[in-house]
Design a protein around this ligand. Sequence first.
Ligand code: PMT
Length: 418
Amino acid sequence: MASANSPLAGRHVLLGITGSIAAYKAAMLCRLLKTAGADVQVVMTPLAKQFITPLTMATLSKHPILVEFFDPENGAWNSHVSLGEWADCMLIAPATANTLAKMATGVADNLLLTTYLSARCPVAVAPAMDLDMYAHAATQQNLRTLASRGVRIIEPGEGELASGLSGKGRMAEPETIAAFVGGLFDKRQTLAGKRMIVTAGATIEAIDPVRFISNHSSGKMGYAIAGELAARGAAVTLISGRTALPTPEGVERVDVLSAAEMYETTVAAFDRADGAVMCAAVADYTPSEVSETKLKKGDGELTITLRRTRDIAAELGARKGNRVLVGFALETHDEEANAESKLERKHFDFIVLNSLRDAGAGFRGDTNKVTFIDRAGHEELPLLSKREVAARIADRIEKIMNRSATAAQAAASGEPGQ
Ligand code: PMT
């Protein structure tokens, strides 16, 4: 059973296996990743099946193995884009000289390579080949190209090779590779001792016992933020509207339904908090009256009168003091002007703007495209997984908290702050 403190606990690892004799070590590698708590999906090149059987890898990973673009039996499509979005990390082990060359040049002639080209997560490769192939200028150039694009290279070891020769080219040992991948997620406990609130998901405003007004929020963005802050050591209270998501590791979750309930719970929790991230999609209006019985349909139109809900973020902004307050702005037009206005009105330290005009941004998906806006300017990020966006938000929160701590120390010692 994996420890909750394992950096791989709950992480999605896409394990790519290519056609090398070192593929036999992928079985042990898969086992180590699973034992550390990762969910492992294996993608093999067609040649890799000659070195290790799909049955072995499917049994160890507990998922069917993916090799082809579609299943010839029933035509089911294996979406490389969805795989790339699902993954928190793509690890290709073993990675042959052939696959490395194709990755470096953008060749996309098998599922593993198209998935690599679609992946938005960190990618690591563990090269495995004969010593002369590894030392060849072409392979070395390909590795440099990949490294310059952010691919992590797990150095091969020296020793006896399948050819009988001895030298550098042996795939790193599974223990080394698993530790390397864990290190990609191993967060320092930079927020230890901090209490954070995160609101997430959609609120539900009852019309009658049967019907309600709500929105499309799945909670994924807010849950990713709660998980990220907890992974960095913060004590996180996640105040959640209705979602179908599991509670992130180490997070205290409080379920609420309506905007009014979310208001009461969040405002009460804020007293003891060092900061809050307001990611929930909260109803701005709620029915003025909730019918106690099911509204019956008539022939004519039905009018439901709505009244304003209280703005939770604005209330926290008014009581903020030196706490960190992060808001979201979900816009469909005049994005930056609307977000800047919310930044000021609600006294956020910064606001995370996502626009429904950007593909892959906003509700439900596993990705988001956001711009951070504060009083110093704008930072536009590329399309990233929601987990990665959460990490960038946590980085900013850390910076703000460190700045405040430095300023407080400087004030206490009579020195001018930075
Ligand atoms: O949950 P997902 O499917 O992953 O989708 C993520 C998301 C699109 C919901 C998320 O990224 C997002 O944008 N959340 C904020 C949505 C929203 O309500 O934005 P807004 O522009 O209407 O509100 C501005 C800010 O005020 C937000 O921080 C909001 O949480 C807060 N607010 C709004 C109204 C209210 N009554 N109380 C609030 O606290």
